[in-house]
Design a protein around this ligand. Structure first.
Ligand SMILES: Cc1cc2nc3c(=O)[nH]c(=O)nc-3n(C[C@H](O)[C@H](O)[C@H](O)COP(=O)(O)O)c2cc1C
Length: 216
């Protein structure tokens, strides 16, 4: 059972957690990093598959190469936006890989557990979904440890495979930049930069069938 204070603590972490892209150079203590990795490793996973691995990157040379891959992708994606929106997109900071003292590449191994992982036969992407649960655990644990995390998904997977020498069948699901920050905003950065707003929860809830809104 959870005490009232513990319950409030969980919700506080859920509401306070932010995606961060600016970091201080201060290193993360080993014990804190270990707490984050243990939090990840206790995430749920389909058929208890635990498809994750964690590549801990603190080499500046390798971080530079990852940042290059992310920047290349960011510039390539800019063409998808109309003029105006494109400039706004290019002004957004979408990663802090060079700055953050450590970046964790979290991967998914679709072969782990053999070919008949319980539950994965119906929906194969449940392996990656399991990794996403592990990422959220790291994010919330980082938040309560006073540590900032930024999820970077701007990259071509093969670039990251090449840089980190990841075998072709392993999926590099995310790059997680981890470090301390002197600015941990209250609102999502994409909200304060007028890119997107939080939708109304009521508009997203249907009752019994798709599209049927709750009364009143
Ligand atoms: C699957 C996923 C991929 C993301 N990729 C990026 C990314 O490449 N760069 C970035 O700046 N933020 C990335 N984010 C962070 C989102 O932009 C952020 O979660 C969202 O704007 C809401 O802000 P908040 O996390 O501070 O609440 C990603 C988040 C998720 C869940």
């Amino acid at each position: 059972m959870f005490t009232e204070e513990e319950r409030q603590g969980l919700y506080k972490a859920i509401y306070r957690r932010r995606d961060i892209r600016s970091f201080l150079p201060d290193p993360i203590p080993e014990e804190t990093l270990s707490n984050l990795l243990n939090a990840a490793h206790h995430a749920p996973s389909v058929g208890f598959m635990q498809p994750w691995n964690f590549i801990l990157v603190s080499s500046q040379t390798i971080k530079e190469r990852l940042a290059w891959a992310a920047d290349k992708e960011r510039r390539a994606l800019a063409i998808h936006y109309e003029e105006g929106r494109q400039e706004q997109f290019l002004q957004l900071k979408v990663e802090g890989i060079r700055q953050a003292p450590i970046t964790i590449c979290i991967t998914s191994d679709p072969t782990r557990g053999g070919s008949h992982v319980l539950g994965r036969n119906s929906i194969p992407e449940t392996d990656v979904l399991s990794v996403a649960c592990a990422i959220q655990n790291i994010w919330l644990a980082a938040c309560v440890e006073g540590v900032a995390m930024g999820w970077v998904s701007f990259y071509k997977k093969n670039d990251v495979r090449d840089i980190l020498e990841i075998p072709p069948h392993i999926d590099p699901v995310a790059l997680l930049s981890i470090g301390y920050t002197d600015h941990y905003p209250d609102k999502p950065i994409l909200e304060s930069s007028n890119w997107e707003k939080r939708r109304s929860l009521d508009d997203l809830i249907f009752i019994d069938s798709w599209g049927i809104k709750r009364e009143g």
